[in-house]
Design a protein around this ligand. Structure first.
Ligand SMILES: *Cc1c(COP(=O)(O)O)cnc(C)c1O
Length: 402
């Protein structure tokens, strides 16, 4: 059984590796030397915690520091005015990255906030159904429960198929006129799984159901195209695979669904005060933002996305998959090690457990050698972990610069 699994992993790894070496596709050659030269942290650590927070690039670091210095020298508002082009650029950069219009983008402080802004804008009635998947992220699921309690909507979890992805058949069978929202995570926080978000999108579109995708772990790791996915709402973070600064994230809101959403809070940036009894909400997705923002971080996010775009997402995705498959193939034959990743296509997040050693012990031992991994706990993806009888696992998430 173990030998069989190892052989499969080895084959998968070499298949992908050869594909990336020989296949005649119009992807760019990957320049590892440049990637490492432009990543200062590569000199300090072996960073396999990219699903936590990736090492930023030199251009991002420089842009953030330069803006903080400008703020100190000429004042915060004045610095923002002077950097207007770089601040505006972040909307265009996101639009290029995910194939939408810049006015469908809100820049916020995290993926969770982006997701919340979308979810809490939806008006649920008693009996409305929310469909989600087994690997849903804790913060999202907690929000489902809170809103279900308040509104009488119900949360239903679509089971997985044999490969461990959301079952498209089961989803299809669950659809009726009471389904108000399909909300799933593209790549979960706890492993290599990549949910078939475009197939889910086809079903959502067919039935005119609102569709929210948590792309927090997939953004920057693989090509993301909101047209191809067919989602109405998508949330993402800056610091993970996009390699942006901490405290950044964005929300995509399809123009055609904007008017059915009521932002849970408004301020003088998201709306304009017109008279004693009247205000007007901003056009476009910026109605989900607030006046105040970390401008240095926001500029840094734009620079991080532009950096990723320079490299071409298809090339980066192939490189990440190759590294992850190689890591799984080398971990798997080690005595007592069990690789835990599921799904048809597996991404850069590698998870494993080791007999007689806790994930925390593995993490600490690796840390002594300047190797960063983390521990993915049961409570981050409770339904999935319980279904697999896992209390926690070591998470080693690779990036193209590793
Ligand atoms: C990390 C993570 C989040 C939360 O992102 P923040 O930027 O920390 O809010 C959401 N969903 C998934 C799947 C994640 O892995």
């Amino acid at each position: 059984m173990r030998e069989e699994r190892t052989r499969q992993l080895m084959e998968a790894a070499s298949g992908i590796y050869e594909e990336s070496e020989t296949e005649n596709t119009p992807t760019m050659p990957f320049d590892l030397e440049r990637a490492r030269r432009e990543t200062p942290g590569c000199e300090q650590v072996l960073h396999f915690n990219n699903a936590g927070s990736a090492l930023t690039t030199r251009p991002v670091l420089d842009a953030v520091i330069a803006h903080l210095q400008l703020e100190a020298q000429i004042g915060g508002y004045e610095a923002a005015d002077q950097a207007r082009a770089a601040v505006d650029r972040v909307y265009d950069a996101v639009a290029e990255l995910i194939d939408c219009s810049p006015d469908e983008v809100a820049i916020v402080e995290s993926a969770t906030r982006a997701w919340d802004l979308a979810f809490y804008s939806i008006s649920f009635q008693p009996g409305d159904r929310i469909l989600t998947a087994m690997a849903e992220y804790a913060s999202n699921y907690i929000a489902f429960l809170q809103v279900a309690k308040k509104t009488g909507a119900v949360v239903e979890v679509i089971p997985n198929d044999a490969a461990g992805q959301i079952s498209i058949d089961a989803l299809q069978n669950a659809i009726d006129e009471r389904v108000k929202l399909i909300a799933i995570t593209h790549v979960p926080t706890n492993g290599g799984l990549v949910n078939p978000v475009a197939e889910v999108g086809k079903i959502a579109r067919q039935h005119g159901i609102l569709y929210l995708v948590d792309a927090c772990q997939s953004i920057g790791q693989m090509p993301i195209d909101v047209e191809q996915i067919g989602c109405d709402l998508l949330s993402a973070t800056g610091r993970k695979y996009l390699r942006g600064p901490r405290g950044t994230g964005f929300l995509y809101v399809r123009n055609t669904v904007l008017e059915q959403l009521e932002p849970p809070f408004l301020d003088m940036h998201s709306a304009t005060w017109l008279a004693r009894d009247r205000y007007e909400i901003q056009p476009g997705a910026r109605r989900f933002e607030t006046f105040e923002a970390n401008y240095a971080a926001k500029i840094g996010l734009g620079v991080a996305i532009d950096y990723a775009l320079q490299w071409d997402m298809v090339t980066l995705w192939r490189r990440i998959k190759t590294l992850a498959y190689r890591l799984r193939a080398r971990l798997s034959p080690l005595p007592g090690v069990i690789v835990r990743d599921r799904g048809v296509t597996q991404c850069g997040i590698v998870t494993f457990t080791v007999e007689d050693k806790s994930p925390q012990e593995i993490k600490s031992a690796l840390s002594q050698q300047q190797i960063n991994v983390t521990v993915t706990p049961r409570v981050a993806t409770l339904l999935d972990m319980d279904a697999r009888g896992l209390e926690s696992a070591v998470r080693a998430s690779v990036h193209y610069y590793n």
